[in-house]
Design a protein around this ligand. Structure first.
Ligand code: NAD
Ligand code: ZN
Length: 351
């Protein structure tokens, strides 16, 4: 049984971003105090900045999320913070999707722990307390705002920094921030939450709490996509899906998506949709997922075409099969006998 950690404080509601100032103010204890704002680059040309309590000696880092978080990029950002001032910031504020939130978590860790991002990929490797950090999601679905992991890709692996130090000290959930997300991206990230819930419920490593969160989260997603769009509800569904998955485990879809992301560089939510669409023999919810697609007028392209080599497909299959724990969650201890490399390749070829 896991000893679970949760975010201690959150503010939820339209316009809650305006309360960021009251959270930061007590942290600014003297004239050297400064805040690092890590903001998704989308907002560089939007007027979000005017609504932020930025002071003259704060540092704003616009985060390039063209690619998902790379360890080297985060190391460079940490150096920029260290060069900016010799003292530690009094707070890090991450404003963006899963990528920006994870990057701000890792910056907060690397400012008080020696070495580079890749040194902490794994479980409970962080020794020192991280800098106080606030997460402000601007897109809903990953659950990164509430989990104890920060996903990062180094040269060798895509693996989270799983640590209590990866948990935000404060989260601000302002549904108004979702309004600018492009339709396709909105859908792909939301479906990450849908799949988290399905994998958590259909696995063997869940418990009454993760089941309760996943079931409620699924119900809210159905409301949002089939009845009435409600950004606040979707944000809460994302949080609940995140708590559920963080305390149970993913299943078959996430390992397949990691292969797609690693070899073809596909973004997480998109890779999840591509993989999940081919898993109807394992998850009856695929039928419902296709209704989500139809309702949102999203067409998934064919990813595996004549340009993809056999070698690339093999690499994707190998990357998939490295995820022992999720596959055991889905199939049981003898997962290797059921989910063979041939089977994985046949699924990938359909994507
Ligand atoms: P993202 O952060 O990668 O952003 C996707 C795109 O949406 C970017 O182009 C970004 O600029 C844009 N965007 C974000 N907010 C916007 C807004 N309000 N308006 C307009 N554009 C906006 O997307 P994501 O799907 O939230 O995050 C994916 C990442 O999250 C992956 O790296 C994945 O591994 C990670 N993840 C982390 C956890 C965790 O628990 N830490 C869980 C699941 C996934
Ligand atoms: Zn996911």
């Amino acid at each position: 049984m896991k000893n679970s950690t949760l975010v201690k404080k959150y503010i939820l509601g339209e316009g809650s971003l305006s309360q960021l100032i009251s959270v930061i103010k007590p942290k600014r204890i003297n004239k050297n105090s400064f805040v690092v704002f890590c903001i998704d680059h989308f907002f560089e040309n939007h007027n979000l900045r005017e609504n932020l309590p930025v002071e003259h000696n704060d540092l704003i880092l616009f985060i390039d999320t063209t690619d998902e978080p790379k360890a080297e990029y985060i190391d460079q950002l940490v150096q920029r913070v260290k060069k900016f001032k010799s003292n530690l910031p009094c707070s890090i504020v991450g404003i963006g999707g899963g990528s920006t939130l994870d990057i701000s978590k890792i910056i907060s860790i690397l400012l008080t722990n020696p070495g580079r991002a890749q040194n902490y990929q794994g479980w409970d490797l962080v020794k020192n307390k991280a800098v106080f950090k606030i997460g402000v999601p601007t897109i809903a679905g990953t659950g990164a705002e509430f989990t104890r992991t920060a996903v990062v890709t180094s040269k060798i692996k895509k693996l989270g920094i799983n640590s209590d130090q990866s948990v935000f000290d404060q989260v601000i959930l302002d549904p108004n921030l979702l309004k600018t997300v492009p339709k396709d991206q909105f859908f792909f990230t939301a479906m990450d939450c849908f799949v988290h819930n399905v994998e958590s419920l259909r696995g063997s490593q869940n418990d009454e709490l993760t089941i309760a969160f996943a079931e409620k989260s699924l119900e809210m997603m159905r409301d949002v996509f089939f009845r009435k769009m409600n950004y606040e509800k979707l944000m809460v569904a994302s949080v609940m899906g995140g708590i559920s998955i963080a305390n149970s485990n993913v299943g078959i879809c996430h390992p397949l998506s990691y292969g797609l992301s690693l070899v073809l560089g596909l973004h997480h939510g998109f890779a999840i949709c591509i993989a999940f669409n081919q898993l109807e023999e394992y998850y009856p919810e695929v039928k419902e997922f296709r209704d989500f697609l139809k309702k949102s007028e999203i067409e998934l392209p064919k990813i595996i075409n004549e340009k993809i080599t056999q070698d690339q497909i093999e690499k994707m299959a190998d990357a998939t099969l490295k995820n022992e724990k999720p596959l055991e969650n889905a199939f049981g201890k003898k997962w290797m006998d059921i989910f063979t490399k041939e089977k994985v390749i046949s699924l990938i070829k359909k994507m």
